[in-house]
Design a protein around this ligand. Sequence first.
Ligand code: SF4
Length: 899
Amino acid sequence: METITINFDGFSVKTRKGKTVLETALENGIYLPHLCFHPELKPFGGCRLCVVEINGRVTISCMTPAEEGMEIITESVVLTQIRKTATELMIINHHADCLSCPRDTKCELQKISHYLGIDEERINKLRKITRDLPLDDSNPFFIRDHNRCVLCGICIRTCEEIQGANAIDFTFRGFNTLVGTFADKPIAQSRCESCGECVVRCPVGALYSKNDKVFSREVKTVCPYCGVGCGIYLGVRGREVVSVRGDGENPSNKGRLCVKGRYGFEFINSPERIKKPLLRKGDTLEEATWDEALNYVARKLESYKSDEVAFFTSAKLTNEEAYLIQKFARGIIKTNHIDHCARLCHAPSVAGLATAFGSGAMTNTIDEIADAECIFVIGSNTTDAHPVIGSRVREAVRKGAKLIVADPLKIKLVENAHCWLNMKPGSDVALIMGMARVIVDEGLEDADFIRERTENFENFVKSLAYFDLDKVETLTGVSKEKIKEAARIYATNKPSTILYSMGITQHTHGTDNVLALANLVLLTGNIGKPSSGLNPLRGQNNVQGACDMGNLPNVYPGYQKVADPVIREKFSTAWGVELNETPGLTMTEVLEAISAGKIKALYLIGADPAVNVACSRVVHEALSRAELVIVQDIFFNESSKYAQVILPASSFAEKEGTFTNTERRVQRTRKAINHVGDSLSDSEIIIHLAKRMNASIFDYVNNEEIMKEISTLVPSYGGISYQRLEENGIQWPCPSPEHPGTPYLHKDKFLTPSGKARFTPLDYRPPAEEADSDFPFILTTKRSLYHYHAAMTRKVKGLNQLMKEELLEINPLDALRLEINDGDYVKIISRRGDIVVKVKVTGISPVGIVSMTFHFADTPTNMLTNLALDPVSKTPETKVTAVRIKKLKDGETLIGSVC
Ligand code: SF4
């Protein structure tokens, strides 16, 4: 960009063309008073404090582009008078109680009045009335104080430009102008998403956090909730985490956070943390020493044959922990029965993307979304499940990108969409292949890309014959015209990116859904370039890392196959042990094997299958049949009821290591406080256990040494070291210490044996269950913005206040027909069980479709869901369950049961 030179008070500085005068001044360390300017927001020109003189004219510097040779005067009698008058007018109806204001010493108004030398006596004379409006403390995390508001509009613009929620605006007019919500409701009853972005940008004391304390030190780390992997700073005071702020330098979130990441840290020091090891004595669990508990576990594990032991791990473990645990399972116990919650979410992505492209990960970066011309969001309630990515999608739309949303529910992003494909649950293959058919029929495909970089195109085109648009319209419930419109938008606005999540994967045809999307991407050449690609938004914070580290039954770390003798030899030599050559069972198969008496011991590390796996009845039966259940966790959970031993683990804030986020970025997580109670990190527990089992292969000095071992065995982590991760992480593949990491995949060739991507011909298969006269509704599961599963977020009072119980969302017409009102309790019944749940009547659910989250153990949604599996990935179909709904009569029990 062109560099220009301008002069401030005769002092010349350089800037890039396109910058404003105010930006140039601030960049060069020249202070100009300002209240309504924020570097991340569009200029507003409202406060009139940043005035300067240019060629004898007074002008607002935040609205004036810098031009070559400009002569700018920043101080004069006229300018001072304008600034003083504007400031005095703000102060005369502002509370004069700075010392009790939460923003004292950090307040911009305070700073400006000091700078201008505002005379207190004169203010007192001018002061007529001081506003005395009630505080809005309806939000559990922050307070709105109209009395301290200076109407700079930063909160309004933040809500629109950063978060895209548009929850607030200027209300009333003239002297009575306020920042308010639609219909002037309390903020908690508005569209506010409680992200707190407005709170952190408020320059005065009009918005402030309720719970943050001043910290004595800060620790740079990563959010423990979702796969976005937002960079955060934990504020620590004594042994407690007392605040969180977004890391502005982190490329994944650029300082943005959602409500969970910013305010959901109370769980760390929760009194409900498990603080001591527990051993079962009869019906009770009694406190034990670490020696007793570890000796018990070691002796019990030694008493089983290797294939009688299975491990369910967690996507919340660090990479180092996930690596150590699979090494323990494979190297010491000699079992490959190790799996984790990716089985329930993105196993179809791993399988489908590896088939099509040779690598089962997000192809592009989060930051590139903002520059896409078209974004196709399918099966992802992005603003709720991956909120910071949701805000990037809204940002791209504001910049002009076209947005296509495919979802049976009217999710929030539909408001921003150019085209909403409200298809029937489970009809994804038909919809996507229908779009592909339009692209081929209308000649919109990228012929050069197909010829040069793909194979199997002809067979794929033949399979499109089945998907004529009349049939697709019937199968999906989406009109032909809309399907054509979506196909044209996707194919002609390049670069186009696809974001998807569990709405695609949690089906009996989940792998087919992923392959269908891969076909669409290849057809249009939307891959191997910035802002394009096929991007599975991974669920938990380290689900990518847990997969990378081989917490899967068929692969060692780095997706290297257990069944491959050369690979097995590599790991056997590195670890100095013999290894089991038979791939293990998946999570759902392990549960079957426990019920069949084949697997006898189950080690749960951060896993709660009793709540998270479909058809909970089967899971409870399996857990009750296991001879040994070991639970290693930070809180008690539903599965711990079956445990013989419970080992207290530490939270993310208490340990060192790395997480790999959804865009393959390996990032450092750092210890902020000491272990709570007698808890230990998962790696410390595994190392202690291994030593009790006489294993000499677990002699590590620290976590860094574990990462060194990972980098020697996992080619895509070959160049990753703690030293290189110090700043902002590295995206794999990073094969060598000199390699900078890889923002987007498949630039020159695909990771398949031929180097070409592969089209897959597909058939349509209906979901395992469809609505019928006995079960006339389809239940589809989803996530809430306020909870991440339940273990951690349910320990945060404010998040419980925002969503305290499960809600069955139902369309108003269905509610009318069933004579159900908002807030009623109903029994919802599937072929596998029933639960009682509160109703929310909402147009988000279309007629015939109801939805629930699965975050609440007391209303276990998975009691209803179907254990029918995708044949390739063995992922259960939790997105489509046929149910009926029964209104509860007066006095009828509120307790659900199993049919
Ligand atoms: Fe944490 Fe995800 Fe929210 Fe970011 S978007 S703050 S990673 S929960």
